[in-house]
Design a protein around this ligand. Sequence first.
Ligand code: UT7
Length: 335
Amino acid sequence: MKAGLFSSGIIGTGSFVPAQIITNQDLEKIVDTTSEWIVARTGIHQRRIADINQAASDLSTIAAKRALESAGLEADELDLIIVATITPDMHFPSTACIVQNNIGAAKAAAFDLEAACSGFLYALNVANQFIAAGFYKNILVIGAECLSRITNWKDRRTCILFGDGAGAAVVSRVDDGYGFLSQYLGADGSGGSSLNMKAGGSRLPASLETVEKELHYVSMDGSEVFKFAVRIMTSAAEQAIKAAGIKKEEIDFLVPHQANIRIIDGAAKRLNISLDKIYVNLHKYGNMSAASIPVALDEAVRSEKIKKGDYVCMVGFGGGLTWASNVIKWAVRAK
Ligand code: UT7
């Protein structure tokens, strides 16, 4: 099945996480928490934190080069670069333009896309449209975050959750019968206040007052987001599976957003998909927002958990509120 003129799929993946590790025990020293609480309530054991000199474009550039290598493509063969992030290097120019210059993708257009933790899947689904329509041949899609820069390290409700990293995928034409079988995007702006960063935009530009009031950090109503997440992960995955024309039992591998093991377990139960078909790496990295799914995808491909011909479902949710999913018949062997 193909939705456009051309079959479109992922032909290469790459990822990068910074070297510095912050363990739960490290966090016990800075906020009133325990490793037992963090593991029991989230499943997270440690997270990676970018070096002070590393910004989202630096993590993106390494992930991008690895994805291009695995796709067997040169940077100048790229037609477009999309970076999904809520922690761009700066408001403008876009992080995608910075990456374009870093990797020497002189012929590529470039833009950032913001859909919080759903950002990578939003970007992937946008890329699929350009390829399926025949408008472009090769697109680099990146999800990258330096969440440590917008984390309030004094707030135990949020600082235990997040980590930094980047993942990338090259979307190109693939053989008929392979590639994207479905995609699904959704949003509910009425829930925007449950997960946001209040200052730094045109509503509340940065000022001494906004800094003093700690408004440049992630603010979250955890239990509201939790309830939404379990419900939407299930229904978004179901929508994509149904639109792909396959049964739930036929899904070989599920790559979900890595926010909380209890959210993943809850969705797995409702979807009746066994845990051995679900890729989980949040114990190592925490929640990397837009980077979570592409890093998980890259690890699953490189460890040959995802193989040519597999039906792969990706599903994510996040601030906005937003959600996204797709089903892909995997087109290439791991390299
Ligand atoms: O990528 C998308 C964005 N975010 C998410 O997906 C997050 C979704 N939400 C969650 O994962 C969970 O809601 C959290 C992990 C954030 C919180 O877990 P919870 O089971 O919903 O805990 P809670 O917020 O209901 O808090 C329970 C208790 C509270 O104490 P009281 O009021 O009952 O006395 C909190 O103050 O746990 C307390 N608490 C902590 N205790 C020790 C909150 N954070 C901590 C902590 N250590 N780090």
